[in-house]
Design a protein around this ligand. Structure first.
Ligand SMILES: NC(=O)c1ccc[n+]([C@@H]2O[C@H](COP(=O)([O-])OP(=O)(O)OC[C@H]3O[C@@H](n4cnc5c(N)ncnc54)[C@H](O)[C@@H]3O)[C@@H](O)[C@H]2O)c1
Length: 376
């Protein structure tokens, strides 16, 4: 595409974070916003100066001036709204997870391949500064041979909106599956998962799941590497933490146990006390167009005034938001696939869906479906 990509953002809780980033991206135009509540729609539109506003998603999809939608609505709507957008001829960026069923992942992959449209799952961890630091070490060969990967995502979801209570932990596992697959751009071949513990009785009915923790082993395709990921959402005491660890023959990197502390890098064959080192990951702002670099360290509402709307998350998620926007827009401008594209997003998402299925079957090993593997 030779002109700017005209983007619409749907869902303005977390989604509002991305408005000023698209507004400043040199190849994007922040064309429209959408959410059902008119009052909040207008509050966000007025704050950021976005004139085109929709309360009806279907009406938005009929707008011929929109090239791409960025979906940030609740999890149960992701697949349906992505499918509707692709059928309406729009490129899609969608927050995690891609879907909650293997069939919906398949439909999205098939649609992108039939239409030639782009789909990207906006997984934050694979653009967080900690991940980018580990990826840089991997690409420079400093890790040596990668031997094992491990990731976790623990969060207490009590009090969150009504689609969260009782959600099987692995149904929202992209923050830990994404980095273990993303580091070496691997594909998952199979999964085996154990459920552990029990959430309180009244939460079981929502999704027919009782597990407090789901602990999964992922076998990689065409590789001898395996990874371990685990998740909890209810009735398990733990500070919010997304963690990722890589163990290499030369260097290993571990996420801190407490959020906000530095990473720990272990280097082999040094005197014992010198093996671990604490390291702060840099921001990787230089990978971005100049006008959006500030968003790697600053919250979108810090920009111009003292208006702090209640839904701000600042420059959270490891400064990943501007990287996600740039990856999506740049892929469209260059006519290349983004990371993760539709098949990669399906592979990451289906690990979680099938892991929960495996837990229900006592840990049976389940293969990932063919459509989640890269085409070439
Ligand atoms: N790190 C991350 O990747 C990350 C972080 C936060 C949230 N999220 C994801 O973002 C999504 C939204 O989370 P949130 O906390 O902002 O939720 P929220 O419930 O606060 O906001 C959802 C928004 O979607 C809008 N909406 C719902 N149905 C709609 C429809 N049919 N048409 C148009 N708009 C509709 C609502 O009006 C609201 O603005 C969730 O899927 C969540 O998992 C991801």
């Amino acid at each position: 595409m030779s002109r700017k990509i005209r983007v619409a953002i749907v869902g303005l809780g977390f989604g509002a974070e991305f408005i000023p980033i698209y507004q400043r991206h040199p190849d994007a135009e922040m064309h429209a916003i959408c959410q059902r509540n008119r009052q909040k729609l207008d509050a966000v539109g007025d704050h950021f100066g976005v004139q085109k506003r929709y309360t009806d998603y279907e009406e938005l999809l009929r707008d011929p001036d929109i090239d791409a939608v960025h979906i940030n609505t609740p999890i149960p709507d992701h697949a349906r709204q992505s499918i509707m957008a692709l059928e309406a001829g729009k490129h899609v960026a969608c927050t995690v997870p891609m879907a909650t069923s293997v069939d919906d992942c398949r439909r999205i992959v098939e649609l992108t391949e039939r239409t030639g449209l782009t789909y990207m799952m906006m997984e934050t961890v694979v653009y967080a500064r900690e991940f980018l630091f580990m990826k840089e070490l991997y690409e420079r060969g400093e890790l040596g041979r990668v031997q094992f990967l491990k990731a976790s995502h623990q969060q207490d979801m009590d009090g969150w909106p009504d689609y969260w209570p009782g959600l099987p932990p692995m149904h929202y596992a992209t923050h830990c599956v994404g980095p273990v697959l993303g580091l070496t751009r691997a594909e998952a071949a199979s999964v085996s998962c154990f459920g552990s513990g029990k959430i309180r009785e009244e939460l079981h009915a929502h999704y027919g799941s009782s597990f407090a923790v789901e602990s999964t082993h992922v076998r990689f395709r065409n590789s001898d590497i395996a990874a371990h990921v685990y998740r909890s959402l209810f009735d398990t005491a733990r500070q919010y933490r997304e963690s990722f660890e890589v163990y290499g023959s030369q260097k290993s990197v571990e996420w801190p146990l407490i959020e906000g502390r530095p990473l720990v890098v272990h280097t082999a064959k040094r005197p014992e006390p010198e093996i671990p080192e604490e390291v702060h990951a840099p921001d990787y702002a230089h990978l971005l167009p100049e006008p959006i670099r500030l968003f790697t360290t600053r919250g979108v509402y810090d920009l111009d005034d003292n208006t702090h709307l209640s839904f701000t998350q600042g420059a959270g998620h490891g400064g990943s938001h501007p990287h996600l926007v740039h990856e999506f827009v740049d892929a469209l401008v260059q006519g290349r696939k983004p990371f993760p594209d539709a098949r990669q997003s399906a592979n990451i998402t289906c690990v979680g869906i099938l892991a929960h299925e495996s837990a229900l079957r006592g840990g049976e090993t389940l293969p990932l479906p063919e459509f989640t593997f890269s085409a070439g």
